[in-house]
Design a protein around this ligand. Sequence first.
Ligand SMILES: Cc1ncc(COP(=O)(O)O)c(C=O)c1O
Length: 401
Amino acid sequence: MKFTTRALHTSYIPTQSDGAIIPPLHLTSTFAYANQGGVKPEGMSDQEWQKSRQQRFGNDGWYDYSRTINPTRQILEDTIAALDGNKYGLAYSSGSAVLVNLIATLKAGEKVLFSTDVYGGTYRYIVRVANPQGLGYEIADLTDLNLVETKLKTGTIRLVWLETPTNPMLKVTDIAALAKLVHKYNALLIVDNTFASPILQQPSQLGADIVVYSTTKYINGHSDSVGGALTLSDDKLYTQLKFIQNSIGAILSPFDSWLTLRGLRTLELRMERHAKNADAIVPYLQKHPKVAAVYYPGSHSKDQAEIVKKQMSHPGGMVSLELMPGADMHTFFKGLKLIRLAESLGGVESLIDHPASMTHGSIPKEERIKIGLKDELMRLSIGIENSEDLIEDLSNALHQA
Ligand SMILES: Cc1ncc(COP(=O)(O)O)c(C=O)c1O
């Protein structure tokens, strides 16, 4: 099955009593146990016990409490997993909660390796929350595989957290090459695929062990839900993560799961439009006399362009830019009438962000400068409006800046 067919028909089949076409929203915190209670009646075989639960609950018969499992969330988890070509999915209360749950798999002495060119909250959690509690970490430019190997050689790194394309510099890393290296040193590669979505990039098919998302962005796509997800195929790791999720309790609510499922149904169509709009807007910005720099996946160098060609079906709908000296960024923001200044990305409406004071404000300035994130950098999430209108909006604001 191709992508959108999978998004619509993976996990829910309308064969139940009412035949609803749309997956039902199970707004319940708990589920009635079959047979008087949770304890298997005396003399009943395991098979009979499971069957009695199945009759009562449908599906696999193991619904007991919505922190542990909820039918609406389960449909979403199975669907996202299918879109990544993975066996299992887990849906969380935010993209940030996915990170917390993955860090919780580490034992004392094990470290995480990541790059500073990531979502600012990833840096914030690892450096400012988990590190004071004893978590070790290493920072490296993950596009530099020689440097990564020197770090891995220490033998203490268990997780490598890769964002590609990165937020906000839009740099890419060769996932297949990094996966090979990471596995040589018995570590796990996690790819934050938020910017690409499963439509543009399939990290698990390139060797990543776990794919993670802030579903708040493209997956849900309508800026009306905060959520996160991960997908993977390893049975043991899934069992461990499911246990940790249930223990921490960072689950996506049934309503957010339902909204996200609804968003997912049009992901492929939306991504097509984001990509088409980017094809018009990125060259426009690159040629504009008031724009000093444009950062877009593949635009940094020939090598970067090769990586994009190898592992992405399109560079996507995110672009960062800086204005020429003398052009005023705040006047530019004020001049925009359609494109709103706001955090977040990947929704149907275009948004512009000022990373240094907004999404990446918790990264110290000296760390930001190291990765080229200047105070002047702006990050544009290209929405699905008509590209002519977006270009007109940019053009008016650039004229005023
Ligand atoms: C690439 C990336 N990963 C993770 C996150 C965190 O997601 P959330 O805001 O859903 O916690 C974000 C948020 O902007 C992000 O851009």
